[in-house]
Design a protein around this ligand. Sequence first.
Ligand code: PLP
Length: 394
Amino acid sequence: MDVTSDHPLFAALRPEAREAPESGIVEVFNYGRGRPGLIPMWAGEGDLPTPDFIYEAAVRSLRDGETFYTAQRGIPELRAALARYHERTYGRSFVEERFFVTGGGMQAIQIAARMVAGPGDEVLVPTPAWPNITAAIAINGAAPVEVPLSFGNDGWTLDLDRLFAAATGRTKGIFINSPSNPTGWTATADELRAILAFARTRGLFIIADEVYHRFYYAGARAPSFHDVAEPEDRILYVNTFSKNWAMTGWRIGWLSTSPALGQTIENLVQYSTSGVATFMQRAATVALDEGDPFLNLQVDRARTGRDIVCAGLARSGRARVSEPAGAFYLFFAVDGEDDTRALALRLVDEANIGLAPGTAFGTAGNGFMRLCFASRPERIEEATGRLVAWLRKG
Ligand SMILES: Cc1ncc(COP(=O)(O)O)c(C=O)c1O
């Protein structure tokens, strides 16, 4: 039974729990779920299942009886593989003590938010942003302060002066998701440097959500705080196996930061999930060590999907589109359609495609729609065709 908002049990809850928002993406998903022939592009995941070489490592681990309580910070083999992956990716050295295995990127965000801000505190969040970010901050009693990006001829941009001006005496952190879900906005190294300089001056933490670091279309990876920061800077890096290695359903990710915070992170893991199952960590280790060809394939498919959908929408004459530099979403506006929640529901009924309404990503997302293009090209072609035909009719 659902507990509704006028139920006395609901009224008795802590306000932070009571006010946790329902995801606006899930609303459309529930509306369209199960429609025959519908092409779903609302979720943040590709269409490929986890490859055999990854899941077989999990099966082997289970067969070997690795079914006991696990290391709270992560098994040593996985932490060492994370250090190797970072060395390869960022071209500098990393000690394995910097890495902490979490229940997905989501738990990494939750732990980072808990470490940084509580009741009375504020965290700056450029928006439109993935709704789980602001919700994770608010559920701790802290206030997410939205700083809107602008959408213009150069695509999505963040005005750094506006970001810095939003900081008050209560600000404890800045959440930077680059490349961004949903806009694809990707900070330049200079922008990251400026944000870091500001955070250092004010003593703020940066939560650096770089889960789309490899989904970047102008190079092998996006610019990262790892390029500009020192190991002891106040930065909590959030990352995940979900996107790179098609493991969204596994729920495994990682947090990285100074080893000085290791005991605190271990405690926060202990008192929430008590760690990620060892068999999943075995699979994640293999993903890092042997998963580059699969990851490259995924990025190539996303690039193709992006090109198909951008070209299609440009031809429609009704969409305001800017090619995203990173991540795997197109966040676009449709002329004459301001109520994008209603538009998302109509597209389910009238075009048989599932998109997420921009309203789900904060007020700065009003008037926009999010479409995930990490899928096989034929499917993206078909979905783009349906969308463009619908736009031309309207
Ligand atoms: C910006 C961002 N951060 C973190 C995550 C968390 O991913 P997961 O919890 O699946 O690892 C997502 C997933 O969509 C995301 O878009």
